[in-house]
Design a protein around this ligand. Structure first.
Ligand code: ADP
Length: 447
């Protein structure tokens, strides 16, 4: 039964009841018609009064913020209150869910490694995440609703926003002058803009290093190739005597060796960069390592220098044999190549108090001026390019040593003084250094 039918029935019943009571009362006053009508009217008025009372209670609840339960009446008012309360609770729940989703959404943008700025139609800052604030030098609270171009004045950025053509990104130096930013703008809604910023300083540096490296490698390879092709042409075109031919062949062999050395060093570097960290449980004898580097050094020196090996007999280091041999070999070979005839070279191993170890290659060569020291381990950096090439250098030796040291958790330290000689120290952390366990002493006669 619908509530309308119930209401009509209640009204009819109330009227009937009122009329009946009025009729009975009318028997005493001899005016039963009037008393019946009055009784019916009174009954309907009471019903209306009761309705007004219930309506007022519902209205009070609605005005009062609905924190209490809605009035629990029977019939129409009860159902009305129940339905209104249900609708309100559902609305509250939907709002709470939307609020949580909005906060999660903002937290996700906040966590983005990129800067995010929301601009309104007048390019005023509506919201920005922490990274965006850092990139553009903004204060998210203080600078809200400020025009972005009043705060970020980089000409490239201002012109980009004003031009309104946002097909590609724009790059400019961030406020503060240190970092390079790449900014993309995406318009949305009515004139609003989403500004995404990315710090590309590191990528730019890597890019320029890669370009330099490729240019250097090309240059290093082109030089011996040009010389070689010159000799080939000479041999093909000119009638050379036997002695001249022999001389040209020696020079060609030198250039070929130079290219071979360069390619070998490039491959070593590529391997160092691409392979996993050396093991820290493969123990190698320090003395054996030094002896092998010394033997190569002696062969290269061919008796022109005095080479001496000190210490290392009882110690072991953990790591990659090939890499460590290449590092020590490079240091010894540099010492031999740069030290004039008659000079001396010491290869020494020292245990330090904190348990770490250092392998030091000292020579009495020409030494290196102070200003070159910080750049010596850069790829292709040479103090004196022509001299280094004369001695067969590739310009990659110390860069390889530095890589090997770092991959073993250590570092390389260079001390040098012009005219007095140089000292290259390869430091290895305590974790990779140990003293060889002493061989058990067998007592004569012991059972
Ligand atoms: P290269 O193959 O040219 O020797 P390295 O990377 O091994 O390249 O060394 C870089 C530069 O450091 C060399 O060109 C040289 O100028 C300088 N150098 C390295 N070792 C010594 C040394 N023992 N004495 C003097 N100069 C050195």
């Amino acid at each position: 039964m619908s509530w309308l039918l119930a209401r009509a029935l209640a009204a009819v019943l109330a009227m009937l009841a009122g009329a009946s009571i009025g009729f009975v009362a009318g028997q005493f006053t001899r005016a039963p018609v009037w008393t019946s009508v009055t009784g019916a009217a009174l009954a309907v008025a009471m019903l209306a009064g009761l309705d007004a009372l219930r309506g007022e209670r519902l209205m009070l609840w609605l005005r009062g913020g609905q924190d209490r339960q809605a009035p629990r009446d029977a019939g129409l008012w009860g159902e009305l209150a129940y339905r209104i309360e249900k609708a309100l609770r559902q609305r509250d729940q939907t709002m709470a869910t939307e609020q949580t989703r909005l906060s999660q959404f903002l937290a996700a943008i906040e966590a983005s490694p990129n800067g995010v700025l929301l601009l309104d139609a007048q390019d005023r800052i509506d919201w920005c995440n922490r990274v965006g604030a850092e990139h553009f030098g903004l204060d998210p609270q203080r600078d809200r609703l400020q025009r972005v171009t009043n705060l970020v004045r980089a000409p490239a950025f201002v012109a980009f926003l004003q031009a309104g053509r946002f097909d590609g990104p724009v790059q400019f130096v961030a406020p503060g002058g240190r970092d390079t930013l790449q900014v993309t703008v995406r318009p949305y809604a009515e004139g609003m803009k989403l500004v995404l910023s990315q710090d590309i300083t590191e990528a730019e540096r890597n890019d320029s290093m890669r370009r330099d490296f490729v240019a250097n490698v090309s240059h290093e390879i082109r030089t011996p190739l040009t010389v070689l092709s010159g000799f080939v042409e000479t041999m093909a075109r000119l009638p050379l005597s036997e002695a001249e031919r022999a001389r040209v062949l020696v020079l060609m062999e030198q250039q070929t060796h130079r290219m071979q050395a360069l390619v070998a060093d490039l491959l070593t570097l590529a391997q160092l960069e691409g392979s996993p960290r050396p093991p820290n449980d493969r123990w190698l004898s320090v003395a054996a390592l030094m002896q092998r580097a010394m033997a190569d050094g002696q062969a290269l020196s061919a008796g022109r220098h005095r080479l001496q090996m000190l210490g290392g007999v009882d110690d072991e280091i953990a790591g990659s044999e090939g890499e460590l041999l290449s590092a020590v070999g490079n240091l010894v070979s540099n010492a031999v190549r740069y030290t004039p005839e008659g000079g001396s070279i010491d290869v020494q191993w020292r245990l330090r108090e904190d348990g770490s170890g250092e392998l030091v290659v000292t020579d009495t060569g020409p030494g290196i001026a102070r200003e070159h020291l910080p750049r010596l381990t850069e790829r292709f950096y040479r103090v004196d390019a022509s001299r280094a090439r004369d001695t067969g250098g590739t310009g990659l030796g110390l860069s390889i040593v530095k890589h090997v040291a770092q991959r073993h958790g250590g570092e390389i330290d260079i001390q040098s003084e012009l005219g007095k000689g140089s000292s290259f120290r390869l430091l290895l952390p305590a974790l990779r250094v140990r003293q060889r366990a002493a061989a058990p002493v067998v007592l004569a006669g012991a059972a």
